[in-house]
Design a protein around this ligand. Structure first.
Ligand SMILES: NC(=O)c1ccc[n+]([C@@H]2O[C@H](COP(=O)([O-])OP(=O)(O)OC[C@H]3O[C@@H](n4cnc5c(N)ncnc54)[C@H](OP(=O)(O)O)[C@@H]3O)[C@@H](O)[C@H]2O)c1
Length: 263
């Protein structure tokens, strides 16, 4: 193992795109070295090239659902940098279907990627983390509220809230904090196809009391804040990033005039 790096180190899953890519770049800006995990190695190499000169990026290319990847990723952090200060469990599958239409293959896939994998990453990371470290899970407001047709996606995101709270209790006294960010709808590859759908328009424009869409940078800034000294008394919390959608009964005046379509 190398002598421990002077810089703090973050491990980000799903760093090849969307929210995870923005998180990796935010932590690089904030002075961290990075362990980047995802299946698309070319995208991770591009990230490492982009960050050359500001952060060192160790790449672990693979499926987070593979049982050995969490251990390999944590070992990479320790072998490359000699420390691990923050774990961000961000990789997720966006499969979305009503309960009665969810087959076992989908059930297993979403649980493997979005519940078992974060659990295994936490299990591997906690023993090497020192006081002052933290874990941030990326959930969803659909995991705290439920959502029409959300099915297993909502269930695993709710499960991450429980995991976050129990880790906050178990490891808080060791100085390791655990928190969860719950984005609303953010424009990424995962949601790109849905943006033209009327339901998305209503959630993001008519039912959100704020006049812009949320961005990947909004999520990344909050994750960075939670990991930083400025967030050092925040433990076991779920922070919604949705412009106030999930905590208000807001409807734009124009939307209030809409008539409900029966059936
Ligand atoms: N976008 C939203 O509106 C929204 C809202 C609430 C919560 N979230 C959550 O935010 C997180 C990131 O979503 P996003 O919108 O940024 O999605 P995205 O743009 O589709 O990116 C997903 C990332 O996860 C990685 N990933 C997916 N499955 C993986 C697997 N089996 N093994 C390794 N990596 C895997 C992908 O990398 P590879 O394909 O290269 O493996 C990619 O880097 C997810 O947990 C999602 O549920 C998103």
């Amino acid at each position: 193992m190398n002598k421990a790096s002077q810089k703090p180190v973050v491990l980000v899953t799903g760093a090849s795109a969307g929210i995870g890519d923005a998180i990796a770049r935010r932590f690089a800006d904030g002075g961290y070295d990075i362990v980047a995990v995802a299946r698309r190695e070319d995208r991770l190499r591009q990230l490492a090239d982009d960050l050359h000169g500001s952060a060192r990026v160790a790449i672990v290319a693979g499926d987070v659902a593979a049982a050995d990847i969490p251990g390999r990723a944590v070992a990479t952090a320790m072998e490359t940098f000699g420390r691990l200060d923050c774990l961000v469990n961000n990789a997720g599958s966006g499969k979305w279907a009503p309960v009665h239409e969810t087959d076992d293959a989908t059930l297993d896939e979403v649980i493997d990627i979005s519940m078992k994998a974060p659990f295994r990453f936490c299990r591997a990371a906690i023993p090497v983390m020192a006081a002052g470290s933290s874990i941030i899970n990326v959930g969803s407001v659909f995991g705290t509220l439920g959502g029409l047709d959300g099915g297993i996606y909502c269930a695993v995101k709710a499960g991450l809230v429980g995991l976050t709270q129990t880790m906050a209790a178990q490891y808080g006294a060791d100085g390791i904090r655990s928190n969860l960010v719950a984005p609303g709808v953010i424009r990424t590859d995962m949601t790109e196809a849905a943006w033209e759908a009327p339901a998305f328009q209503r959630v993001n424009h008519e039912m959100t009391p704020f006049n812009r869409e949320g961005t990947t940078e909004d999520v990344a800034n909050t994750v960075f804040f939670l990991a930083s000294d400025q967030g050092s008394y925040i433990n076991g919390q779920t922070i919604a990033l949705d412009g106030g959608w999930s905590t208000t009964k807001y409807l734009a005046r124009e939307a209030l005039l809409c008539e409900r379509v029966p059936g």
